[in-house]
Design a protein around this ligand. Structure first.
Ligand code: SF4
Length: 71
């Protein structure tokens, strides 16, 4: 599974980081980003044990900003 955050859609509510802080964090602008992201807007691989939390975070995002690509 891969994930990315669409920063245009993120409103910085912090739900994703609260659910899975190993993958999501709020940046200096108060917007969510994927911690392992090297390039802006690039999908990042999620290790097996964190995938359920990432799906929960995506379901909980009020703006649908978290995009998931299943393998
Ligand atoms: S849950 Fe969605 S809107 Fe809230 S900080 Fe995360 S990506 Fe942004």
């Amino acid at each position: 599974m891969k994930v990315k955050v669409n920063k245009e859609a993120c409103i910085g509510c912090g739900a994703c980081a609260a659910i899975c802080d190993e993958v999501f964090e709020l940046n200096d602008e108060g917007l969510s980003e994927v911690k392992l992201e090297k390039k802006e807007n690039e999908f990042v691989s999620v290790k097996e044990e964190l995938q359920d939390e990432v799906r929960d975070a995506a379901d909980s995002c009020p703006t649908g900003a978290i995009e998931i690509e299943e393998d």
